[in-house]
Design a protein around this ligand. Structure first.
Ligand SMILES: NC(=O)c1ccc[n+]([C@@H]2O[C@H](COP(=O)([O-])OP(=O)(O)OC[C@H]3O[C@@H](n4cnc5c(N)ncnc54)[C@H](OP(=O)(O)O)[C@@H]3O)[C@@H](O)[C@H]2O)c1
Length: 300
């Protein structure tokens, strides 16, 4: 049955992709909320309405929830940057934890469902293939604020899913937000890149991410925690080389570095490869191999 769905962070990479998918492939009414960059929202249409949100302002959050009256809230808005969160921890807590808690209590009290964009960073990163049942052990402020948001959601009792999302790639509304856009852009310009050889991820194709969210919306009792990631585990350096190969760019522009070579502003988990068995069975879907997704992206 068509529902009203509120999406925060709709002007961003992941929120924007979900808005486009839901507006074009479902009959739901979408309320797309932006912060400072409303110009990046997809154009409004009969089933896609624009809204404003100041995530640091509880009155703005309450007004948006009351006015949009959603059956489902998809909460993507956040400070998603590791260094910014590490350097401004009070702001990070306000945006990432407190705002999410407020939305969760609204959902619990009003019997609305909540899909929250958490992160793979909640895992410690000292081994491979993390499962949802493994303990979260954040090692930086960004991850801590996201994990505290997950805990607040659980305390609220809302029917909610916290998605532990891997590094995601594909086209973004700004054209330069995603790792494939950034790396391909630099290589196209002939720039040299350094990437970590000792940091491992399971990158997620944004189309798969959108499909996962679209399927979750149709599930009545949401899984409280769900890993979402691609099937390939590789280092940041190998990820950059795979992007270079897909586009036919010069791989020798990419050199390797190690965490120990760099003074990191925020500690970075080394291995955030995610086990996605639960997502595959719950959502009845598989995740696209990296080489196939990169070749599709390079053709466009
Ligand atoms: N991208 C990834 O690989 C990845 C991986 C794991 C988890 N995540 C999570 O997924 C979510 C979306 O990430 P993203 O990559 O799409 O980030 P993004 O492109 O930087 O988008 C962030 C969104 O948050 C909104 N926002 C930020 N501060 C705001 C404020 N004060 N008031 C209102 N809105 C505000 C932005 O709106 P304006 O620009 O309009 O202000 C934007 O729409 C985040 O919660 C992030 O932690 C992302």
């Amino acid at each position: 049955m068509p529902s009203r769905i509120l999406i925060t962070g709709a002007s961003g990479f992941l929120g924007g992709a979900v808005v486009r998918t839901l507006a074009t492939t479902t009959a739901h009414t979408i309320i797309a909320a932006a912060g400072a960059n409303a110009d990046r929202l997809p154009p409004s249409s009969p089933n896609l309405h624009h809204a404003e949100l100041q995530l640091d302002n509880p009155t703005s959050i309450d007004a948006l929830l009351a006015q949009s009256d959603p059956a489902v809230v998809i909460h993507a808005a956040a400070d998603p940057f590791l260094n910014s969160c590490q350097q401004n921890p009070d702001r990070a807590r306000l945006l990432n934890t407190d705002a999410t808690a407020r939305i969760a209590y609204f959902c619990a009290e009003n019997n609305r469902r909540l899909i929250f964009f958490s992160t793979d960073q909640v895992y410690a990163g000292d081994r491979s293939w993390w499962k949802e049942s493994d303990p979260a052990q954040p090692i930086n402020t960004y991850a801590e604020t996201k994990h505290n948001a997950e805990l607040a959601i659980a305390d609220s009792g809302a029917n909610a899913a916290s998605l532990r999302i891997a590094l995601t790639y594909g086209p973004s509304p700004s054209g330069d937000r995603s790792p494939t856009e950034q790396i391909a852009g630099q290589l196209r310009a002939g720039q040299h890149l350094k990437r970590f050889a000792d940091e491992f991820r399971t990158p997620l194709y944004v189309e798969d991410f959108c499909q996962a969210v679209a399927r979750l919306i149709e599930i009545e009792a949401l899984p409280p925690i769900l890993n979402l990631a691609g099937p390939d585990r590789l280092s940041r350096a190998d990820f950059a080389r795979a992007i270079a190969r897909a586009h036919g760019f010069d791989e020798s522009l990419i050199t390797e570095e190690l965490h120990n070579d760099v003074e990191l502003i925020a500690p970075r988990p080394k291995d955030l490869s995610l086990n996605t068995s639960l997502a595959q069975s719950t959502l009845n879907m598989t995740f696209t191999p990296l080489a196939r997704a990169l070749s599709t992206l390079a053709q466009h």
